[in-house]
Design a protein around this ligand. Structure first.
Ligand code: ZN
Length: 508
């Protein structure tokens, strides 16, 4: 590297650090808005967030960023410096392709559509939301054209959340998942019908009186044992749980508590902690650079699902933790043994709402959203026909028709926020969680026994070493190949589901 290149590189890093600071403060404002901000601050806060967002966008797309990138020399992708330049160029080029006017229009339209969506969902009235979604859709199609794509406009949008992902590859993955999951759901339904046990009594242990303070105490004990670093994080309450990392030493999670139902806080806490562990584990040298934070939404979701499902919904975990939970809730759980609890947290049954779905049917909820949004983007489905198409797919995949649009097409906020291309990352996360967990078990077969003893350090250590510390240094496909020696593969995930639920429902 010449000294000229070195100077340009240092200037570029300074510039990227400023952009990163602006984004961090923005995420802190978001956190505040969702947790402690007084209602009266809504309008002012919207302006503050818009200002910060505009400043960081302007700095990123400025011609100076492009000049410094060019002057920093040819990146060698195998080095950290090369990886940083590659990420920075990707961010710069994606942002620079979008006309400022389109960015501004999108943020105005989504701000309005979000409140329209809230009302439409409350009143279950599709017509209140449809015109807004129409506008968002046309902005997204416009964006796809500016961003560019080789095969399908959906690819351009998907790439924002999952670098390198393609619609065609996802179709293949979903096809394989569908072939495995649909018969499993059918077999469980037949078995349940035969034995006359409905899932309501199976799930009964999760409902009762569960004091919020004790739920919080239990959740904190669990994620402390996972390895969540309280010196660089905190936990607060919000209506929709999330994880946010406003800075390298500051990764926060939020939780929603329901005093009559254990699941939301119990699994929500493990889930968000899974995201947080990833962010807390990134190499410290990457702070204030584009390499800080997770490499994609799908890889992020693999971490949250791994802790929530592969650890938190497993028998070994509850072999250790059930007596502790029972001690905290002696009344509600006195008639329930560990096995009954394990069955309760693993009920498999098709339902209307994605966020309440079990591990198996969840993916069919994602599949239908993926198919519908891709069809909307390519123009083969119209907004007017969307509710009917939604219900038809619900019936085809899950055998149920939502009772109204609130419990159907209006249930998720994603489209109202303009997040087209986001949904598939949830299933990528599910699939990848098992592929990674298998790799960890192969390297350290003692992990299961450790979990039985409430010990998670070997598992966390393996994830730190193989996934977390790299931050965004590798793109998702590179990371997966590097860690598991194969591309993303649904086969291990399907065999995990078949083994687990086959045993639970005595299918074999
Ligand atoms: Zn998540």
């Amino acid at each position: 590297m010449t000294s000229k290149q070195e100077t340009a590189y240092q200037q570029l890093k300074d510039r990227l650090a400023t952009i990163s600071d602006l984004q961090s403060v923005q995420s802190l404002l978001f956190w505040d808005q969702q947790t402690y901000m007084p209602k009266g601050a809504v309008a002012g806060r919207a302006e503050q967030r818009a200002t910060l967002s505009r400043l960081s966008h302007e700095m990123l797309v400025d011609a100076e960023t492009g000049r410094l990138l060019d002057a920093s020399g040819e990146p060698d992708p195998s080095s950290e410096r090369g990886a940083l330049l590659r990420r920075a160029r990707r961010d710069y080029e994606r942002a620079a392709k979008m006309p400022a006017d389109l960015v501004a229009r999108t943020s105005r339209v989504t701000a309005l559509s979000e409140s329209a969506w809230v009302r439409a969902r409350e009143e279950s009235d599709w017509t209140l939301f449809a015109p807004h979604l129409e506008e968002i859709l046309s902005l997204k199609r416009e964006a796809a054209e500016f961003l560019g794509y080789e095969h399908h406009p959906y690819d351009a949008l998907l790439d924002a959340y999952e670098p390198g992902a393609k619609k065609a590859r996802l179709e293949t993955m979903f096809e394989e998942l569908k072939r495995g999951i649909v018969p499993l759901i059918r077999a469980v339904a037949e078995q349940s019908a035969e034995r006359g046990r409905d899932s309501e009594d199976r799930a009964a242990p999760l409902y009762g009186r569960f004091g919020e303070d004790r739920q919080e105490e239990f959740g904190r004990a669990v994620i402390s044992a996972f390895g969540y670093d309280w010196g660089r994080g905190r936990q607060d309450r919000s209506v929709h749980p999330f994880c946010v990392g406003p800075g390298h030493g500051d990764v926060r999670i939020t939780t929603r508590f329901d005093p009559g139902w254990l699941s939301p806080a119990l699994f929500g806490t493990m889930h968000e902690a899974g995201h947080a562990l990833y962010t807390q584990g990134v190499n410290q040298d990457y702070a204030r650079t584009p390499l800080d934070g997770g490499t994609s939404m799908g890889v992020h979701e693999s971490q949250s699902r791994l802790w929530e499902n592969l650890v938190g919904r497993s028998r070994p975990f509850w072999a250790c933790y059930y007596s502790k939970l029972q001690e905290l809730f002696p009344e509600a759980l006195k008639e329930v043994d560990a096995e009954g609890f394990y069955r309760a947290i693993n009920v498999l049954e098709p339902s209307e709402i994605r966020v309440e779905a079990d591990e198996v049917t969840y993916n069919l909820h994602i599949l239908l959203r993926f198919e519908l949004e891709a069809a909307l983007i390519e123009g083969s489905l119209s907004i007017a026909d969307l509710p009917t198409a939604w219900n038809a797919k619900m019936e085809e995949y899950l055998g149920i028709v939502p009772k109204n649009d609130s419990a159907g097409v209006l249930q998720d906020i994603h489209w109202a926020d303009g997040l087209f291309g986001y949904f598939p990352t949830y299933t990528i996360g599910n699939v990848l969680s098992v592929q990674l967990f298998d790799a960890a078990l192969k390297a350290h077969p003692g992990i299961t026994e450790q979990i039985e003893n409430g010990e998670f350090s070997v598992l966390l250590g393996w994830l730190r070493e193989n996934v977390h510390r790299h931050g965004s240094r590798y793109y998702p496909d590179e990371l997966i190949e590097r860690v598991t020696s194969r591309p993303l593969d649904p086969a291990p995930y399907l065999s995990y589901l078949n083994n687990k639920f086959g045993e639970l429902y005595e299918l074999v």
